[in-house]
Design a protein around this ligand. Structure first.
Ligand SMILES: [Zn+2]
Length: 293
């Protein structure tokens, strides 16, 4: 089962979290029929969103990461609830680009290199918080770290990895976020940088059998870590017939009437989970009544 782990260092101003996301990334691949480089890009963004969603204090909050690169994948979008359960999609799931090296997917080229990463935090207030940065390469982990540094002024290191099996399914997926709290000195920064370099690619470590907590204990091996929280996470869509009905009503009378006249019935597909909602003429006319009243 996929898992999120949050830790804090007892002997330094450092907090961190890690995720194992093999099942949720595989679920995304199956829903969207993504090709390997699209699976990797969407998977990385989903896991980043999951960790950022879990950081929210608000019970009903959500975080949306919108990666709008100028590469062939188009827009990649991931949404997390406040417990780290995620959903998402990629505009062009059937994309292939030359590998950087045998077995090394070139996510940066598929995403960008140019474009933007926008973070939308809905905290249940009137206006959501929105922060946006220019991509720093489109490999996603570096872009997420740059977002935290530029938009939230929090020194952050991020690693995300998705390993694709020969049959194109997801073999392992995971990542971590490490953040400095006020007061971290150069010795702390150096120790973290050395840990990151020593551990290397996250997907290889997970493939070796490491869980998210062990991953953090390897990267932050010089620190005395305390686990604050461990929680299961999954791919979860919140669509429902009521939500789709509300969306139809919000189209307004004119649009609804045109839909009934032109098509008689409607079939709407959820962009996150591909569930199809069918509306008969009678049902649409009922919604038209709702839109009118
Ligand atoms: Zn759905």
């Amino acid at each position: 089962m996929d898992q999120l782990v949050r830790v804090i260092a007892k002997d330094a101003p450092v907090k961190a979290m890690a995720i194992s996301g093999t099942a949720l990334v595989e679920r995304a691949r199956q829903i969207h029929s993504t090709w390997p480089v699209a699976t990797a890009a969407l998977g990385r963004l989903l896991m980043a969103a999951s960790m950022m969603g879990d950081m929210l204090k608000e019970e009903n909050g959500s975080v949306t990461l919108r990666l709008k690169g100028d590469g062939p994948l188009g827009t990649v979008l991931a949404v997390s609830d406040s417990r780290g359960n995620v959903r998402g999609y990629v505009q062009n799931p059937a994309v292939d680009v030359p590998r950087k090296a045998p077995g090394k997917l070139d996510v940066g080229t598929a995403v960008g290199p140019g474009g933007s990463l926008t973070v939308i935090k809905d905290l249940g207030l009137k206006e959501p918080y929105v922060g946006s940065i220019q991509l720093v390469g489109g490999e996603i982990a570096e872009d997420v770290a740059a977002y935290f540094v530029e938009s939230e002024q929090i020194p952050t290191a991020c690693a995300l990895g998705v390993l694709i099996a020969p049959d194109q399914s997801v073999q392992t997926a995971g990542g971590y976020l490490i953040q400095l709290l006020p007061g971290a000195d150069d010795a702390v920064i150096t120790a973290i940088e050395q840990g990151i370099a020593r551990v290397g690619a996250v997907s290889a470590q997970l493939d070796r059998g490491l869980g998210p907590e062990q991953l953090l204990r390897e990267v932050l091996s010089g620190f005395d870590l305390e686990v604050l929280d461990t929680a299961p996470v999954e791919y979860r869509c919140y669509c429902s017939r009521e939500r789709v009905s509300r969306a139809l009503v919000s189209m307004g009378q004119g649009e609804l009437r045109a839909l009934i006249q032109e098509q008689g019935e409607a079939e709407l597909t959820c962009q996150f989970c591909d569930k199809v909602y069918h509306f008969s003429r009678e049902e649409l006319e009922g919604l038209l009544q709702d839109a009118t009243s």
